[in-house]
Design a protein around this ligand. Structure first.
Ligand SMILES: Cc1cc2nc3c(=O)[nH]c(=O)nc-3n(C[C@H](O)[C@H](O)[C@H](O)COP(=O)(O)OP(=O)(O)OC[C@H]3O[C@@H](n4cnc5c(N)ncnc54)[C@H](O)[C@@H]3O)c2cc1C
Ligand SMILES: *[C@@H]1O[C@H](CO)[C@@H](O)[C@H](O)[C@H]1NC(C)=O
Ligand SMILES: *[C@@H]1O[C@H](CO)[C@@H](O)[C@H](O)[C@H]1NC(C)=O
Ligand SMILES: *[C@@H]1O[C@H](CO)[C@@H](O)[C@H](O)[C@H]1NC(C)=O
Ligand SMILES: *[C@@H]1O[C@H](CO)[C@@H](O)[C@H](O)[C@H]1NC(C)=O
Ligand SMILES: *[C@@H]1O[C@H](CO)[C@@H](O)[C@H](O)[C@H]1NC(C)=O
Length: 507
């Protein structure tokens, strides 16, 4: 839990601002001569329906904290948007003054992409309207339009009431924005595909303040001067289906397909203890959590039974739970409110499941890292319906379309641990080794030191993504770590180096 007093936060914010002023960047930062004056900021504030939160305010202290706490950074101000016009005005204001922007909805990003020191943070967490349309002509079970600030549990509750399900995260507090823009997998993806396969339309504000509504037929643009165009260009829609958050624009609304629910959800959980060699007693356990979405008596039940009866004498527990609905299952999933750790990922293919992989996983699990850290693997089953979408139909890594599992690992430590030196370094090494087993990595669950991240996150889709980025955001106004177009030594139009001045400052 976060115990820093607001006094401490302010102290940190000040220290950081001093640091910011000294850094080299092509953006105007607090303290630079080019930065807008207080009067300009107040004038801007008066145009907003939403609220600007500054470091001296208690509300800032709450909004500034990243869920992955080691990446908390200190924006110049946090603009809590009420509507799309607030978002557009903020983009135009930041653009006018050459400010750095950051875009945050839940702040769950595992490598801190949703914040930056000295930035104008555009925060969408308070925009959470939804609208269901059951007479959609685009999808038989209907569609739902959600503002970006919706969290999954809220939406699961809403669609459950009308007897529908939706592809979202196995998470309560994660928002749909970063989740969907990065691809989005769900416990039901084998049945209904990824979130991007279910996306019918989105609304976003682009780097030059255009309001765009895009789907697989057309792109409708409203320019800041009010003029309107419609074309059959689908580039920005394609790029939004996996190209990552914080890159092509600020999404304000997503429209998804709804689905009819299966009659039953069977949750299957088995635990196997891990004995540390040379030590007395247990050290940890491998827990297999699987969800069978459908009837109790069907094909996939056989696979679960195989596990159920696999070395019963090794199991510490193994059971089935009947859940009547997806919501009934999801409410049992609990998100940690805050966490600290190093995440890594690989997309395992059929041919990845070798003895070498088994040896690698066992070795990592058995190695006692330190007494302040824990090490865990989480595998999400992929395949099924996800495989029926072409490698280039969406912008996610083509490896997603052949993968059987997205395997993530975390070296975690307590959020109150201040000296975690050595652990991220170890994570970088293990992450690099892990990635050699699969084909591609999920950008939403991958580490911060992925060397060839362009190839690892997007494979053969990267080239088109980069071309679209250059077309829609030629100045790289939206920039974040390991994001399309954010190559570290990209030369900016002004001739300055457009690097990430702040990335290494915290964590
Ligand atoms: C507890 C937990 C469970 C998870 N479960 C799953 C799961 O089941 N399946 C899965 O696929 N993933 C899962 N994830 C990973 C999740 O997809 C990522 O953490 C994702 O980045 C979260 O997006 P966010 O908008 O909530 O977070 P944020 O930190 O707010 O944003 C993430 C990224 O998107 C950008 N962004 C945020 N809002 C917008 C916007 N409105 N427009 C454009 N860009 C924006 C940010 O700048 C940042 O780059 C889980 C994560 C956690 C912490
Ligand atoms: C939706 O947003 C409003 C603020 O705009 C907030 O008060 C409310 O708690 C949010 N609802 C949920 C379920 O998050
Ligand atoms: C529902 O969607 C259809 C098109 O798919 C549209 O014609 C209709 O107006 C929508 N209804 C509402 C209430 O938005
Ligand atoms: C509005 O802006 C667009 C894009 O900059 C431009 O093409 C168009 O001519 C402008 N329209 C008017 C009426 O000024
Ligand atoms: C779950 O429900 C099925 C019927 O659908 C029943 O046969 C089974 O015994 C139930 N299992 C448990 C653990 O309650
Ligand atoms: C971890 O081990 C070190 C010695 O190696 C010891 O000083 C420290 O107190 C231990 N920390 C915890 C949290 O057990």
């Amino acid at each position: 839990t976060m115990v820093l007093s607001s006094f401490a936060w302010r102290g940190l914010a000040l220290a950081v601002l001093v640091k910011v002023c000294l850094s080299v960047s092509n953006r105007c930062l607090p303290g630079d001569d080019c930065f807008p004056t207080n009067l300009e900021v107040i004038k801007f504030m008066e145009t907003l329906d939403g609220t600007l939160h500054f470091p001296h305010m208690a509300s800032y202290d709450t909004l500034v904290v990243q869920r992955e706490t080691i990446y908390t950074k200190f924006p110049f101000a946090i603009m809590e948007a009420k509507n799309i016009n607030d978002v557009q005005k903020s983009v135009l204001f930041a653009r006018k003054w050459n400010m750095l922007v950051s875009v945050k909805t839940s702040g769950h990003d595992f490598i801190g992409r949703s914040t930056a020191h000295g930035s104008l943070m555009i925060y969408l967490g308070s925009m959470n309207d939804t609208k269901v349309n059951l007479s959609s002509t685009r999808n038989p079970a209907g569609e739902i339009t959600c503002e970006s600030g919706n969290t999954w549990l809220k939406v699961y509750n809403e669609v459950d009431k009308i007897n529908r399900v939706i592809i979202g995260g196995s998470a309560h507090t994660v928002s749909m924005a970063g989740y969907t823009l990065g691809g989005g997998h769900s416990p039901m993806s084998r049945m209904f595909g990824m979130a991007v396969d279910n996306l019918l339309e989105l609304e976003l504000v682009t780097a030059d303040g255009r309001i765009v509504v895009a789907n697989d037929q057309m792109t409708h643009i409203t320019y800041p001067n009010g003029s309107v165009t419609t074309s059959d260009d689908t580039d920005i829609f394609w790029a939004s289906k996996g190209g990552g958050g914080g890159t092509f624009g600020i999404a304000t609304k997503f429209t998804y397909k709804l689905h009819y629910p299966a009659p039953q959800v069977v949750q299957f959980v088995c635990g196997y203890p891990i004995i540390r060699p040379g030590a007395n007693g247990n050290w940890g356990s491998i827990v297999l959590a699987m969800n069978h979405y459908g009837n109790y008596v069907s094909a996939s039940r056989r696979y679960m039974d195989d596990l159920f009866f696999f070395h019963k004498e090794w199991q510490s527990f193994c059971y089935y739970v009947n859940r009547t609905t997806f919501l009934d299952y999801e409410v049992t999933a609990k998100d940690p409110e805050f966490y600290s750790g190093y995440i890594m990922n690989t997309l395992l293919q059929k041919e990845s499941f070798t003895d070498d992989l088994t040896r690698f996983l066992l070795k990592e699990l058995e190695t006692e890292h330190t007494n302040i850290s824990s090490f865990a693997f989480t595998g999400t089953l992929l395949g099924g319906e996800m495989m029926n979408v072409g490698a280039h139909d969406t912008s996610v890594h083509p490896g997603f379309r052949t993968a059987l599992m997205s395997l993530s690992a975390t070296i975690g430590w307590d959020t109150s641990t201040l000296d975690y030196s050595g652990l991220p370094e170890r994570g970088a090494v293990v992450g690099e080794q892990l990635s050699t087993f699969g084909d591609g990595q999920y950008p939403n669950e991958a580490g911060k030191d992925v060397v060839h991240w362009q190839q690892e996150f997007w494979g053969s889709n990267y080239k088109r993504l980069l071309a679209i980025k250059h077309q829609w955001d030629p100045d790289n106004f939206f920039t974040c770590r390991e994001c399309v177009g954010s190559e570290s030594h990209h030369t900016h139009a002004s001739g300055h180096l457009n690097t990430h001045p702040f990335v290494p400052a915290v964590g």
